[in-house]
Design a protein around this ligand. Structure first.
Ligand SMILES: [Zn+2]
Ligand SMILES: [Zn+2]
Ligand SMILES: [Zn+2]
Length: 408
């Protein structure tokens, strides 16, 4: 945005008292965790030799952390990392993945990724916003109160962006191209020679620089804190305005009103998550003797109680952006004997970031089936029908046996 003034730096926002809207549902949560350092230089400076092997997460493992800690973790990984929340940016240019890829695979939609990050010795988590799919460098790093203010501003901005442009005539003296009145919040002095893209209604969201958030965790530039500002820009011929999230007047994100609300909801949800009580400590000890492919299993970093656990290599691999832990655990094993054939029907549950499904495997049979809740209901109904048909052919069976078998 070209034309909004520098905010008043002497008026720090009262961040701690900022309210934020109740969190909604629908967070598109995935569970990969990044490898790359956030503020790595700060962490590096603060770790001295005597404490280079701290007792990681032993005392306080936040309930939101999905990192899974090990004694030999490299320095950059010694931090709590929450699950990623991703949202599409429909107004941003698609990401070019490289000219050597075929055209159909070259472009991918731009995403915004959010997650909580907390170096092990920090008291409070920070909320990191990434535009980089590798999650190497955060676009903005906010304290929780800053994220709450941002959520509030985004909701305000979304409502303003959806207000229709007034239908009345333009004010006297308005440029020739402007044929309707400005919205009452527009403070732009429109000019006849404004180029088409700049014919935009715009004004401060809140008076006196209250719509500007100082980012206290970011390095200052020339003595001024880095800042986030939320601005509504409504092009004079658009049905709806855009919400601009401007970082220190240098870079910006453009959001539709709906995306601004989605981002506000994700922020509010992460703020609630950050406040959740500490979870179980000690991700680094193997489960009691259980192994998979010869590797000992460690407790599930996502704390799915149904998950059998993961090998150390799986957990470390899942920290890379785009990688996910595959969770699974046994539910039941039903032995059967038909003639000379002995086997089991093994039922397990498994899930990646998607909702889990049941897996029904017939050992000594061919393959298995992945079942969602509807398919489970249909399977149970079909088995009940099959059972009724079988019992029809066995009128000699005592009633008690019939009922006994129904209860299973
Ligand atoms: Zn942790
Ligand atoms: Zn205007
Ligand atoms: Zn798991």
């Amino acid at each position: 945005m070209a034309s909004h003034p520098l905010p008043d730096l002497s008026a720090p926002p009262d961040a701690e008292t900022a309210s934020h809207p109740a969190a909604g549902d629908g967070a598109e949560t995935t569970d990969g965790s990044g490898l790359a350092p956030v503020r790595a230089s700060v962490e590096d400076d603060s770790v001295d030799a005597a404490e280079s092997h701290p007792a990681q997460g032993e005392d306080a493992e936040p309930a939101w952390c999905v990192q899974g800690h090990f004694e030999e973790d490299p320095l950059v990984d010694r931090r709590h990392v929450g699950a990623e929340v991703m949202m599409r940016l429909s107004l941003a240019e698609a990401v070019d993945r490289g000219t050597d890829l075929p055209p159909a695979q070259r472009w991918e939609p731009a995403y915004l990724t959010l997650r909580l990050v907390q170096p092990l010795r920090d008291v409070l988590p920070t909320l990191c916003v990434y535009r980089d799919p590798e999650l190497a460098e955060a676009w903005a790093t906010c304290r929780v109160p800053e994220a709450g203010m941002l959520a509030d501003l985004l909701v305000l901005a979304a409502a303003r962006a959806e207000e229709p442009i007034p239908a009345g005539d333009a004010a006297p003296g308005a440029p020739f191209w402007l044929q309707t009145a400005c919205p009452d919040w527009c403070t732009t002095r429109h000019q006849p020679d404004d180029c088409y893209e700049n014919r935009v209604h715009q004004g401060d969201l809140l008076p006196d620089g209250e719509g500007v958030i100082d980012l206290l965790l970011e390095p200052a530039v020339k003595g001024h804190p880095e800042q986030l500002e939320v601005v509504v820009a409504h092009h004079y011929r658009s049905t709806v305005g855009a919400v601009h999230l401007v970082r220190s007047e240098r870079t910006e994100l453009q959001l539709t009103p709906a995306e601004a609300r989605t981002l506000a909801r994700h922020l509010s949800q992460l703020i609630l998550t950050a406040a959740a009580a500490d979870g179980a400590a000690g991700q680094k000890r193997p489960n009691g003797g259980e192994t998979r492919n010869g590797e000992p299993l460690f407790p599930c970093p996502h704390r799915h109680h149904w998950c059998q656990g993961h090998s150390k290599s799986e957990i470390i691999e899942a920290r890379r952006p785009g990688n996910h832990l595959a969770h699974s655990g046994p539910v039941g094993s039903i032995p059967f004997a038909t003639g000379n054939t002995l086997g089991t029907i093994d039922i397990s549950i498994s899930g990646r970031p998607e909702p889990p499904t049941a897996y029904l495997q017939v050992v000594n049979g061919d393959g298995g089936a992945t079942l969602d809740p509807t398919a489970i209901d249909h399977t149970i109904a079909a088995l009940q029908r099959a059972k009724a048909l079988i019992l029809e052919q066995m009128p000699w069976l005592p009633t008690a046996d019939r009922e006994g078998s129904t209860a299973r």
